[in-house]
Design a binder for this molecule. Structure first.
Ligand SMILES: [Zn+2]
Length: 476
């Protein structure tokens, strides 16, 4: 059967503004419970909310970065529902008139670029936080009440778990680039809901949409989509097109679990919030914000390909984080060879960061020092293997390459006189290898080079060794 998976995502992003959305309480993660509240964010009777300008600016930044149309007016609505962490009995959100309309995110697939269209981005406030203890208590922390959020709603344009992951990667990188959120999923500043169903194209059937709530890692999103794909297919094959459900992801069991069945659309009784008069957003202000945006990742990627001649893959990796792209361009100030620098970063530097579970921000190496190391290897002062060794040392100690080379006596031996002595000794001790080579066993050369490198403590210049070795063997 020909099945097609259909996925749409809703992502809540906490904005890293100084203050909350409608009051002057600090917007900081991790403070002692219930120490960052006031009558406004607690929703006490008579308190009047005031829209935070910075939060609106951040939301507009996101809207511009994701190619949305920005509305010229902000209108806030009340979304009515009861929940213990929502003291007002309603959440301030946006219903019919979102701040940012439409837009899209591009993802790179093997077959080319795919545009995932967005339905909207709107602003709203976060709710408080409930914690359930082992003793059966439910604790409430209202510090998170009123923290500014944007909700990014995609259209159902994704057709696999991989496409969803690429979409989220791009979204996360861009939000971080434009500085509107720290996008720390483990701290809840980016949370994702998945909507998924399956179409059986042959039989013209489709399953009903399942919504999986509050996924807090990209890995969980991927696993939940893969699990649901199979569950929906099995249901369709069994002749059951399932019911509309809200489910959650159970990490330990590795499966989604039913939370509740959906009967029709939820009625939140959305209504204009009369406490918050509509706010005008002028074209001049939108333009000002547009101009203040940094170069976005996909623009930067194109520039890296065009100006530096990098491959699409290399340019993509180097521009994924703003810090990494800055580090790369800093190094180019000292050594004008983009491909060589890219090779070093893409290879040894990123591998080492991964091994140390570090981000580029944590690196101890100054850009000039890495440039110096690359130059040492390029100019043959030290050989490639020694270069890798020096890099490891730089990672651990932050010392300059010159100092490490000097301290450990690593300068490459290119002097023919010095190398001839070593080569002669190795050949005298390995006469069988010379015979083997002369009988056509090419591998014998590799062995001899290895012995010479070992005898020189890894410092011999491989090109000079190869040349002298052949000369010496031909004499014998
Ligand atoms: Zn407050």
């Amino acid at each position: 059967m020909a099945f097609k998976t259909i996925v749409g995502l809703e992502i809540h992003v906490e904005l890293s503004t100084k203050h909350k959305m409608f009051c002057n309480c600090p917007n900081e993660y991790g403070a002692e419970a219930n120490t960052q509240t006031c009558p406004i964010c607690l929703g006490l009777p008579g308190a009047l909310p005031v829209v935070d300008k910075e939060a609106v600016e951040y939301a507009i930044r996101a809207g511009i970065a994701f190619n949305c149309e920005i509305s010229n007016v902000i209108r806030m609505d009340r979304k009515n529902y009861f929940y213990p962490d929502l003291t007002k009995g309603y959440q301030i959100s946006q219903a019919d008139l979102p701040l940012c309309d439409g837009g899209y995110v591009e993802i790179e697939l093997e077959e080319g670029t795919k545009k995932i269209s967005l339905n909207r981005i709107h602003i709203e406030e976060d709710t408080g936080k409930q914690t359930h203890t082992d003793e059966g208590l439910s604790l409430l922390d209202f510090n998170r009440c009123g923290v500014p959020l944007i909700e990014i709603v995609s259209n159902p344009d994704m057709n696999s778990a991989e496409e969803a992951r690429l979409f989220l990667d791009n979204l996360k990188d861009t939000l971080k680039y434009i500085g509107v959120s720290d996008v720390r999923m483990e701290e809840g500043s980016l949370r994702c809901d998945v909507n998924i169903n399956i179409v059986d194209k042959e039989r013209g059937l489709k399953s009903n949409i399942s919504e999986i709530k509050n996924l807090n890692s990209f890995k969980a999103v991927v696993k939940a989509i893969e699990f649901e794909e199979k569950r929906h297919k099995d249901l369709l094959e069994a002749g059951d097109n399932s019911e509309k459900e809200t489910r959650r992801w159970d990490e330990t069991k590795g499966e989604t679990v039913l939370m509740r069945k959906k009967f029709g659309a939820s009625d939140y009784r959305f209504a204009f919030d009369g406490d918050i008069p509509p706010v005008d957003v002028s074209d001049e202000w939108i333009e000002e914000i547009r101009k203040s945006l940094p170069e976005l990742p996909h623009h930067k990627k194109e520039r890296f390909m065009n100006s530096y001649g990098l491959s699409s893959y290399d340019a993509g990796v180097l521009t994924q984080s703003k810090e990494l792209s800055l580090f790369f361009e800093e190094i180019l100030k000292y050594i004008d060879d983009p491909n060589l620098v890219s090779n070093w970063i893409m290879g040894d530097v990123l591998r080492r960061l991964k091994e140390n579970e570090q981000e580029i921000e944590d690196i101890k190496i100054a850009s000039k020092d890495l440039a110096d190391l690359i130059i040492l290897v390029r100019d043959g002062k030290i050989n490639n293997n020694t270069g890798k060794k020096v890099l490891r040392e730089m990672f651990d100690t932050g010392k300059t390459p010159d100092l490490i080379v000097k301290e450990q006596g690593l300068v490459q031996i290119s002097d023919e006189g010095a190398l001839s002595g070593i080569i002669e000794e190795v050949l005298n001790n390995n006469e069988q290898s010379i015979i083997d080579f002369k009988n056509g066993k090419d591998r014998a050369i590799g062995f001899l080079v290895g012995q010479i490198m070992k005898a020189s403590k890894g410092k011999a210049n491989p090109q000079v060794v190869n040349k002298l070795l052949m000369e010496e063997i031909n004499k014998r």
